[in-house]
Unconditional design. Structure first.
Length: 550
């Protein structure tokens, strides 16, 4: 074929492709910005269970008004359109999580699965097998078809054959679509609520309720010492700020649990461990929590455990500043492997220990570890650390700034935050409440945990950047992105969240869920989010005090 013929063929191909795309948009497109209700779905909930439902075209406020149930929820259908297919691979991506519902008509009967229904049955954020790997779906179709089939008296297979499906754009009555602005008052309330959640989670023995599902009320049997220690660090920090004895008492119980159950011999030293192999992160974060409690005056008796953990960390450091991240207690030797987070955690913990006890060797170890973290080899892409996991690096950079300012580390953290801002979610017409989220692709929900840890780093970076007096325009960009993401986090904090879906809403108050549609709360979620919120609040208060002093 001649070049002219190839060019003509390419033009025809592009024209056909454009026409098909436009046809799909016109046929399947819906307006998520619509506000006028077409009809309303009125549901009554009690104890986290839907007990009644009616669909009305007007008078939604009057529907179910005689219900004695605890909560009546109105969800307005503001637009609708067809669903092209019910095949598993496409159905899970055909709906906008948290905004779209599904209606099915089957033999004269009608059933609707609203975003609340889909959340309640755990169909959001599901990993489904695909050959030898797994694929993350925004919505898993099997539970949705089971729910719809139950309500119309059909099996999922019968629905696929005979059902007529519609996509519904749903707006919950009274729910704000965008987060409110960040203020000191909102920051304080969010910090206190996060502290209350974690304080409630600490049992009399000092062990946390590790992970809870707000929707089902179930609890995970898993446990993790680094997250135990990290949660205790935040609780102690929040206790020092609020002077709340409930927070400090819970943090003290959690610290004693570590000492009594996990502080064991690691060769010539002592470390935090359960089993035969210790990891560096458990001891580093325990040291960080102990220092916070010690400096606040809550547990002066922690000095000896602090020294023991610091000596263990120092013994695990290599001459080049890197740490060996595991220790074999049976063979009594370090294992020279590296994992994300641990070196940054150790650097921060040693610097905080040095500041509290004037231990110069720990300061030098922390400084050398930070140098190692921010000076990767030329083949960075193949480096053992991943740039998405640098929040402890930037915490360490800021903690060291007063005594060992590292401008290369500051540039490293500023570059990372620029990357975070570039990848943040903004102006998604279907989900304006996600503006500022720093994790999540176009087809999955944003993770609050990833956004929280990145904002911890952003606050530490902002603090150091101001002290370094860098370009004010860079500081302004950094702070603007930070405030946007903090607004996103506070918007989805469970205060109380969709309490009508929860068996025990009071128990979950103050927690930060995994995503807006996965209401599992693990103890590190309020820790990371709470730390970011508290440290930024302190910066605002210092700036206000400094301004008044001037």
């Amino acid at each position: 074929m001649s070049p002219r013929g190839l060019l003509l063929l390419a033009r025809v191909y592009l024209a056909v492709l454009l026409s098909l795309c436009l046809a799909v948009i016109v046929h399947l497109g819906v307006d998520h910005g619509a506000t006028v209700p077409i009809r309303s779905i009125v549901s009554s909930w009690s104890g986290g269970v839907r007990t009644a439902r009616v669909i009305v075209t007007d008078g939604a406020e009057r529907a179910l008004r005689d219900s004695r149930e605890s909560r009546v929820v109105i969800e307005d259908v503001v637009d609708e359109g067809p669903i092209l297919t019910t095949a598993s691979l496409l159905f899970g991506w055909a709906l906008v999580p948290g905004r779209d519902g599904v209606e099915v008509r089957y033999r004269g009967r009608v059933a609707v699965a609203t975003p609340d229904d889909i959340l309640k049955i755990g169909a959001y954020d599901r990993w489904l097998p695909l050959g030898t790997t797994e694929l993350r779906f925004a919505i898993a179709e099997e539970p949705v078809f089971w729910l719809l089939g139950r309500d119309v008296g059909a099996t999922p297979e019968e629905l696929r054959v005979e059902g007529e499906f519609r996509r519904l754009v749903i707006k919950k009555r009274g729910a704000p679509l965008r987060p409110p602005p960040v203020t000191k008052e909102r920051l304080r309330d969010a910090v206190v609520s996060a502290g209350q959640y974690l304080a409630r989670a600490v049992g009399p023995d000092g062990r946390y309720r590790y992970e809870s599902d707000a929707v089902s009320g179930s609890e995970s049997p898993d446990y993790n010492w680094p997250r135990h220690s990290g949660a205790t660090w935040f609780l102690a920090d929040a206790a020092a700020y609020t002077k709340n004895p409930v927070f400090s008492d819970a943090a003290v119980r959690a610290a004693r649990h570590l000492i009594e159950h996990a502080l064991l011999d690691c060769g010539a030293h002592r470390c935090i461990v359960e089993g035969d192999v210790a990891d560096l992160g458990s001891s580093a974060l325990a040291l960080l929590a102990f220092v916070e409690l010690y400096e606040a005056g809550f547990m002066p008796e922690l000095l000896d455990p602090m020294r023991a953990l610091a000596e263990f960390l120092l013994a695990m450091q290599r001459p080049d500043g890197e740490f060996m991240h595991r220790y074999d207690r049976v063979e009594k030797r370090p294992i020279d492997v590296q994992l994300p987070y641990y070196t940054g955690e150790a650097s921060l913990a040693l610097e905080r220990f040095s500041r509290a006890t004037k231990h110069g060797k720990s300061h030098e170890a922390a400084r050398r570890a930070l140098d190692r973290l921010v000076n990767p080899p030329f083949w960075y892409v193949g480096w053992r650390y991943f740039w998405g996991s640098e929040h402890w690096t930037c915490h360490a950079m800021n903690a060291l700034w007063a005594r060992a300012p590292n401008h290369e580390a500051l540039a490293f953290c500023l570059d990372w935050q620029e990357s975070v801002r570039d990848l943040a979610i903004r102006e998604r017409a279907a989900a304006p409440a996600f503006d500022g989220a720093t994790s999540g692709g176009p087809l999955v929900m944003p993770q609050l945990g990833g956004s929280s840890s990145r904002m911890e780093a952003a606050v530490s970076t902002l603090d150091a950047a101001k002290r370094a007096r860098i370009d004010p325009r860079e500081i302004e960009r950094l702070e603007a992105g930070l405030r946007e993401t903090l607004a996103f986090l506070m918007h989805f904090q469970l205060r109380p969240g969709p309490r009508h879906l929860m068996p025990s809403p009071a128990l979950m108050h103050g927690g930060f869920p995994t995503t807006p549609t996965d209401l599992h709360v693990r103890i590190d979620h309020p820790q990371h989010a709470g730390t970011a919120l508290l440290h930024y609040l302190r910066q605002l208060e210092r700036a206000e005090t400094h301004g008044k002093a001037l």
